[in-house]
Design a protein around this ligand. Structure first.
Ligand code: SAH
Length: 223
């Protein structure tokens, strides 16, 4: 899996690949899928939802943990959390779309606290159980819609949305980011979304960067 991400897709971040080596993906897949857990494909987790393929997860993790516009890359969790240089202290991240909990587990190595919200109760339970069984103590799972963020725990240094937004971001999410914080989300129509990263600038404006296209399950939205 790591070889594919590094050699075929060219994502070479040693930090992200190092953490992917540590997190047992086969412990997050539903029963019967252990054998394919490290293959380059998405895996169905029930209720019409899927865990993204490993490369997609790697890419999102990379975008959420890298500081845009600097050459600085995290070398390990300790340095990361104690770091004072750079603009962003990566303390808290919000993930929307817990699913299996795999993405949250990866994020737990980069941030002090990971907050993750899942709208489908059974999947919230599935993700929570996986994370608990494997001892990820700094990950907090909540059932509900991520559309409104997680106000009590905000602001976040980063927000990562693992379901597809059709167009714009839910406005509340922008307000739950620290200045200098970043938000990563796939945005676009049903079968093709552009991976997008927003950085909240000091002056309150948002800078937008666009990356490759992916296909995600839809983000459920009321408003
Ligand atoms: N990150 C997951 C994969 C998530 S698939 C993993 O690592 O396994 C996307 C998930 O987003 C699905 O489980 C879906 O139910 C959830 N989702 C979609 N819209 C949502 C919303 N508004 N709030 C919270 N979760 C949502």
């Amino acid at each position: 899996m790591i070889k594919t991400i590094r050699d075929e897709y060219g994502l070479v971040s040693p930090q992200v690949l190092g953490v992917m080596l540590k997190v047992p993906r086969h412990e997050f897949v539903p029963k019967g899928f252990q054998k394919v857990a490290y293959e380059d494909k998405p895996i169905e987790i029930g209720f019409g939802q899927t865990m993204s393929q490993p490369y997609t997860v790697a890419m999102m993790t990379h975008l959420a943990t890298e500081i845009p516009n600097t050459k600085y890359q995290f070398s390990n969790r300790l340095q990361n959390t104690n770091r004072t240089s750079g603009k962003i202290k990566r303390r808290k991240v919000l993930e929307i779309g817990t699913g299996s909990g795999y993405q949250a587990a990866l994020l737990s190595y980069f941030f002090d606290e990971v907050y993750t919200i899942e709208i489908i109760p059974q999947l919230s339970e599935f993700g929570r159980n996986n994370l608990f069984r494997l001892g990820y103590k700094n990950v907090f799972v909540r059932e509900g819609s991520g559309e409104y963020g997680w106000k009590e725990k905000s602001p976040f240094d980063a927000i990562i949305i693992t379901a597809a937004l059709e167009k714009d971001l839910p406005p509340v999410l922008k307000t739950q980011l620290v200045k200098g914080g970043i938000l990563v989300a796939p945005i676009g129509p049903r079968y093709s979304q552009v991976m997008t990263r927003f950085a909240r600038l000091k002056n309150g404006k948002f800078k937008k960067e666009e990356f490759q296209k992916f296909v995600f399950v839809p983000f459920v939205r009321n408003e």
